[in-house]
Design a protein around this ligand. Structure first.
Ligand code: SAH
Length: 349
C-alpha cells in the first residue's frame, strides 16, 4: 500500500465526510464510498461511482487495498494463508481459518518483530516497520473479498507484537468494531502479547472487552527469559500480577499460550508450577504443539506427553485445551512464510 497518501479506508464516516468536504459530495455518494471501502474494494472496482470521481480520489488518496503475492490453501482443513506485499518492500502474512462458529482471521500487526523469542519464525527475519490501522484491517478485508466470506473473529497472532505498536493496534480495534465498517465485536477479538506490561496496563483502561492472550511458555522466570528475551525486562511475577488485575477489572479470563517443546517445558515439574502460579485465577491454558522452525533446535513434544500435561493441569483445577493445528501442510504457523520469502529475496540480492 502507498503509505505516503492518506488511506481513505481507515476513516470513519464522519472523518470521510470531513476529509472530502471540498468535493461537495452528497451524503448518498459518501455512503456508497464508505461501503466500498469497508469491503476492501479498489477505486477501480467502485463501479457505481462516477469515473471522474474515482480518478480524482485515486490521484490524492489510497483505497487501502493490499496486494496478494501468494496464497496457499490447506488440503486438510481449507485454511488459507496469504502473503501480502505492502508496496514499500515490506511483506506480511495473514491466515483465514474456518471454524464451526464461522470465519476467523489471524492478522499481523508489524512487518517483522523486535521481541526475539527463540522458538519463533518471526525473530531473525528482520523488522521492517509498524503496520497502520488500515493495513491491519486491510488484511481482513482482503481475505473477505478474496474468499467471498465474512470474517467474524480476529486473533492478533500473526507477525509482530501488537503492544509494541500500541496506538495503531488500538485504532485498528476501534475501526474493526465500527458498525459501518467490519462490525466485529470486541469479544470476538483476541490480542496476543509476549508480555509488555505497560501495554497491558493501558489496554485495561480502554474499555474494549477484547480477550487478552499471554504467551507464557514457561512458569520459571529464568527459563522463560532464555526463551523470551522480553522477560528479562518484564518479569514473570509482575506479568502474572498484572494479568490477575486485568481479569479482575474486566471480568474476562486470560488465555495463556503455552508452546509444548519436547524436553524443554513439557515436564511434570512445569505442570505443577503452572498449577501453583495460576490456580484460582480466571484463566485458560492453550497448549500448542510447537511448530518446528529451522535453526531453533526445538522439537515438538509428542502427543501422549501433551495429553498427559493437559490432564495434569485439569486435575490441578486449570482449564486447559490443546490447540488444533490448522493448515499444517501450508506452513501456516505465523511468520514461516514471510521468513521464507525474505530469505529468498535476500538470496536474490
Ligand atoms: N507477539 C505476540 C503475537 C504473535 S505470536 C505474542 O508473542 O503473543 C502468536 C503466538 O504464536 C504466540 O503465543 C507465540 O508465542 C506463538 N508462537 C511463536 N512461534 C511459535 C512456534 N514456532 N510454535 C508454536 N507457537 C509459536
Amino acid at each position: 500500500m502507498d503509505t505516503a497518501r492518506k488511506n481513505l479506508s481507515e476513516l470513519t464516516y464522519e472523518e470521510l465526510e470531513k476529509e472530502l468536504a471540498p468535493l461537495g459530495l452528497p451524503a448518498y455518494r459518501l455512503r456508497q464510498l464508505e461501503k466500498w471501502l469497508s469491503s476492501g474494494a479498489s477505486f477501480d472496482e467502485m463501479t457505481d461511482l462516477p469515473l471522474k470521481l474515482r480518478e480524482e480520489l485515486a490521484l490524492k488518496y489510497s483505497d487501502g487495498t493490499l496486494k496478494i503475492i501468494n496464497k496457499l490453501v490447506s488440503a486438510i482443513d481449507g485454511t488459507a494463508k496469504y502473503l501480502i506485499d505492502l508496496g514499500d518492500g515490506n511483506i506480511i502474512e495473514c491466515v483465514l481459518m474456518k471454524y464451526k462458529y464461522g470465519y476467523s482471521a489471524c492478522v499481523s500487526t508489524q512487518a517483522g518483530c523486535r521481541m526475539g523469542c527463540t522458538f519463533c519464525a518471526s525473530a531473525g527475519a528482520g523488522f521492517g516497520r509498524n503496520l497502520t490501522p488500515g493495513e491491519i484491517a486491510g488484511q481482513i478485508k482482503t481475505m473477505n473479498r478474496d474468499a467471498g466470506v465474512n470474517i467474524g473473529h480476529v486473533v492478533m497472532m500473526g507477525v509482530g507484537e501488537p503492544l509494541d505498536n500500541y496506538d495503531n493496534v488500538v485504532a485498528f480495534m476501534r475501526m474493526a468494531h465500527d458498525p459501518g465498517g467490519l462490525n466485529i465485536s470486541y469479544r470476538k477479538m483476541s490480542l496476543s502479547t509476549c508480555g509488555l506490561i505497560p501495554g497491558i496496563e493501558k489496554l485495561m483502561k480502554e474499555d474494549m472487552p477484547v480477550t487478552l492472550s499471554v504467551s507464557l511458555h514457561s512458569p520459571f522466570q529464568e527459563e522463560r527469559a532464555r526463551m523470551m528475551p522480553v522477560a528479562k525486562k518484564y518479569s514473570l511475577d509482575k506479568l502474572l500480577e498484572i494479568c490477575k488485575t486485568f481479569s479482575l477489572e474486566t471480568g474476562r479470563r486470560i488465555t495463556y499460550e503455552y508452546a509444548m517443546i519436547s524436553g524443554v517445558n513439557d515436564t511434570d515439574a512445569h505442570a505443577a508450577e503452572l498449577i501453583k502460579l495460576l490456580g484460582g485465577t480466571l484463566c485458560h491454558i492453550n497448549l500448542i504443539p510447537v511448530n518446528t522452525v529451522k535453526g531453533t533446535g526445538y522439537r515438538r513434544a509428542d502427543r501422549v506427553r501433551i495429553d498427559r500435561f493437559r490432564m495434569t493441569l485439569e486435575n490441578g483445577g486449570l482449564a486447559a485445551t490443546v490447540r488444533r493445528a490448522m493448515g499444517r501442510d501450508i506452513e501456516a504457523a505465523c511468520g514461516q512464510l514471510r521468513r521464507k520469502a525474505m530469505e529468498e529475496n535476500s538470496g536474490k540480492a
